[in-house]
Design a protein around this ligand. Structure first.
Ligand code: HPA
Length: 270
């Protein structure tokens, strides 16, 4: 796996010598932000040898390199999901690769279902912690000693410092933030009402199909992690209507302006 990562890094370095400070992964329906930064370079995932390529509609599938004010960033416009059929190590390869490009901090974003009944569609949630019980750990297999330790601590996977940064930035724009625990399921199906009740009993506030495993490998290699969920719908059983991707997209579109403002501010201040 480390050789595969080094191969991907070599492939990237043949195309750009850009060194990011911050990495960003843009979630479903939130990818437009990448078009608004001062772009220096882009690399399509197809052009990186050995890189897993996303198949979901609405995921552009490229790295965007550039600046938000003075901060050098690499943005993943479109991520790789476990439900696409890749081994979990491939799902988290891009996160590790951005770390190997030089990123010291990462902002993870996603669309998620609200499991906390006090939430409403359109809310933005600061991820304070996560639960991945039910999805395989991306750290299973030989440990990549070059990146981190065999038994990494996960007691502050989402940096408290960065949680405060997000809160302060949101306040400046008068954007109200929720806070909570993200529960990752495999997807691609939405959860059953019973699974959402399980997530609630576990202490979960939002459910989704990504992010937590990325946070784990970032944490493993010493990258400071921040996470924001866009609550695009209430989760199954709470929502009175059947779930479909169109609702997710529509809510993401509705909050896009606030989301983009917030993400830009957070990047500059993290
Ligand atoms: N469940 C899982 N993932 C999601 C949801 C949901 O309700 N909404 C957006 N992504």
């Amino acid at each position: 796996m480390y050789n595969k990562l080094m191969g991907c890094l070599k492939s990237v370095r043949e195309k750009t010598d850009f060194v990011p400070e911050v990495a960003v992964i843009l979630g479903s329906g939130l990818g437009e932000f990448a078009n608004e930064i001062e772009i220096v370079d882009t690399i399509s995932y197809n052009d990186i040898e050995g890189f897993p390529v996303s198949t979901v509609k609405g995921h552009a599938g490229r790295f965007v390199f550039g600046y938000v004010e003075k901060t050098p960033v690499v943005i993943m416009q479109g991520r790789v999901h476990y439900y696409e059929g890749y081994p979990m190590q491939d799902v988290v390869l891009p996160t590790r690769l951005m770390g190997m490009m030089g990123a010291k901090k990462i902002l993870l974003t996603n669309a998620a279902g609200g499991a906390n009944e006090n939430f409403k569609p359109g809310d933005l949630m600061i991820i304070t912690d996560h639960i991945t019980t039910g999805v395989p750990s991306p750290l299973i297999g030989p440990n990549l000693e070059e990146l981190g330790t065999r038994f990494p601590d996960m007691s502050e996977t989402y940096s408290k410092r960065l949680q405060t940064v997000i809160e302060v930035c949101a306040k400046e724009f008068d954007i109200e933030m929720q806070k909570g625990v993200y529960v990752q399921f495999t997807g691609p199906n939405y959860e059953t009402p019973a699974e959402v009740r399980l997530a609630q009993i576990w202490g979960g506030d939002a459910v989704g199909m990504s992010t937590a495993v990325e946070a784990m490998v970032a944490n493993h290699m010493g990258i400071e992690v921040a996470g924001i969920s866009c609550i695009t719908n209430m989760a199954a059983g709470i929502s009175k209507v059947q779930l479909d991707h169109k609702e997710v997209q529509e809510t993401a579109d509705r909050v896009a302006e606030n989301f983009k403002k917030l993400v830009a501010k957070v990047i500059v201040n993290m």
